[in-house]
Ligand binder design. Structure first.
Ligand SMILES: CC(C)(COP(=O)(O)OP(=O)(O)OC[C@H]1O[C@@H](n2cnc3c(N)ncnc32)[C@H](O)[C@@H]1OP(=O)(O)O)[C@@H](O)C(=O)NCCC(=O)NCCS
Length: 101
C-alpha cells in the first residue's frame, strides 16, 4: 500500500504513507512505487511539496526518502503513537523544483 495521506490543494502539498508485506521487502519495490507517486504528484496533480514522516528508529522507512533525494528536516517530538508509545518522527520534504525526474 502506498498513498497520499493528506493533500492540501490550496498550499499544493501532500504527504506520502506506505506499508509493504514483509514477504516483499528488500527488493526496492516501495522506493520504485514512491518514485512513481512522486512523479504523479508533480506532473499530474500539480503539487509543489511532498512530505514523508518516518519514525526515528525505522531505518527501512527512512531509506525511501533518502534514496529519492528528499531533504531531511527536523525531528518532530512525540508526533505519533506506535504500540501505545509516543514516538518521534523525522520530517522529509521534497519540492517540485528539486525533482529532476
Ligand atoms: C517501510 C517499508 C515499506 C520499507 O521496505 P523496503 O523493502 O526496505 O523498501 P524498498 O521496497 O524500497 O526496498 C529497499 C531495499 O531493497 C534493496 N533494493 C534491492 N533492489 C533495489 C532497487 N532496485 N532499488 C532500490 N532498492 C533496492 C535496497 O538495498 C534496500 O535494502 P536494505 O533494506 O537492505 O538496505 C517496509 O519496511 C514496511 O512496510 N514496514 C512496515 C510499515 C512502515 O514502517 N511504514 C512506514 C511508515 S512511515
Amino acid at each position: 500500500m502506498v498513498g497520499l495521506v493528506s493533500t492540501d490543494n490550496q498550499t499544493k502539498k501532500t504527504e506520502i504513507g506506505y506499508w509493504l508485506s514483509s514477504m516483499h521487502t528488500g527488493k526496492g519495490i516501495m522506493t520504485k512505487s514512491c518514485k512513481a507517486l512522486v512523479e504523479y504528484c508533480f506532473n499530474n496533480l500539480n503539487l509543489n511539496k511532498i512530505l514523508i514522516r518516518c519514525a526515528t528508529g525505522n531505518k527501512a522507512s527512512i531509506g525511501i526518502p533518502e534514496r529519492l533525494n528528499f531533504q531531511k528536516g527536523r525531528s518532530l517530538r512525540d508526533d505519533t503513537v506506535i504500540n501505545g508509545k509516543f514516538e518521534d518522527l523525522i520530517l522529509f520534504t521534497l519540492l517540485r523544483k528539486e525533482w529532476d525526474g
